[in-house]
Structures are given as structure tokens and as C-alpha cells.
Design a protein around this ligand. Sequence first.
Ligand code: URA
Length: 254
Amino acid sequence: MRLDKYLADMHVGSRSEVKELIRKGKVSVNGAVIKDPGLAVSAQDTIEAAGEQIGYQEHFYYMLNKPAGILTATEDKKQQTVLDLFPENLRKKLSPVGRLDKDTVGLLLITDDGALAHRLLAPKSHVDKVYLAGTDLPVTEEDVKQFAKGLTLTDGTELMPAGLEIWTGDVKAEPFGKLITKTSETNGHLSLVTIREGKFHQIKRMFEACGKKVVYLKRLSMGSLTLDPALPEGEWRELTGEEVLSLQRERSAL
Ligand code: URA
């Protein structure tokens, strides 16, 4: 592969930005500064750009803390999408894994690894997603029972059993305590919901079936991947190698 394509594919910059880096003598291959963007390189070469080693990566994985008001889509003519939060040279081939409603915030995995995305989303994979929900009315023990049994939505859709835990405000509880410190972000009554499926507006419709309205919804985790409490809304970071490995080995805990 050409050196400039390798660097662009490894998200060092756009094709023209990496050509400029090469022209300025900031790129070396196996220890030698290279000024030819067309030099043929492979994953076996040691390639450095601006003093940083650029190893070969087949796929890219990012965690986004989705803010409200943004569409979970790759592009839209009118509205801002989650991919608009990424610089242009990173966007190529990236897609969000699953969909959060426009007003839902929190963890969204963004990757170009279609096989992993497919596996995480397949209902058969039973990957648990945990949400913090704020509702207009307090959640009851009866709701907890209904969720655990498997709810039937108002349109007759039957759901798999789901977890519902009334949030007691114990911010020391792990693993989500650090993510639920700002109770001021919602006026609702808080609870934790664990679902395996990902049906359209699922959590809103589950509470609707129990006579409640969701006023706030934040995804805290997807399988082994938990939202980084240090990641502000609207920001993203690359997953660590360990986070990627545990997602690849994902099995349901329930
Ligand atoms: N359930 C919902 O109702 N909305 C979301 O965004 C995610 C789950």
C-alpha cells in the first residue's frame, strides 16, 4: 500500500494532510525519513509520523458520550449527526452501533468493525445494555416485577425479561455510581434499566406500558463497555485495547 494511503487509513490525517507531513520530512519508514508519499509499505514496516509509531490497525473503535439533540445516524441533510462530532478524516466507514433516540444521552460505540457491531446487536447475543431512566412518576415494586416477567407493550409486542432497579441515590454503588452523581440533570424519579433487545423507543414504551413517561434517558453501558465518567457529553475517545478485547469476547452476564 502507498505510504500516504497507509497513514490516512490509520487516521493520521486526510490524504492531503499526510502528504504534507511526508513532504516536511516528518515521516520515517524503518528509521529512514521518507519524502515519497507513493512508497510501498506494509503492516510489517515500522512507520513513524511526527515522532509517533503508527502501527497497523484493521478497525477503529470509539466511545462517544452522546449529547441530547443529535441524531444517531451517519449523515443527514438537515440535522447534526453523531458522526459530525468526529473530524472528517476519522469518519470514513464509521457507523454507530445501535441507535439512541435524539433526546437520549450517553454511551454510543462507533466503529468500522461491522462484524462486531452485528454480533453486539443480534438479540441472540444477549448483550445487556444498562440505562439510567428518569420517569415522571416513581417506579414501583410492581413495575420491577412486570419488567422481570417480560412486559407486553401497548401494541401487543412481547418483550424479553428486563432488569429494573429503583435508584436509591447511593452514588458509591459500582460500577455506575460515578455516572449518576448529577441527579440535578433530571427532575425524574431515577431507576436503572437493563435490556437485551434494542427495539424502537423500547425503554420509553416499557415505562409507557406501566403508566409512566420517561423524562430523561442515558445509556451507561453496553455489555462490558461502560461509559467513561471522565468523558464529557459531546466528546469521544478511542477504546483501549482491553475494552476492545472484552467486547469481542462478549457474553451475557444474565
Ligand atoms: N430506549 C429508548 O426508548 N430510547 C433509546 O434511545 C434507547 C432505548
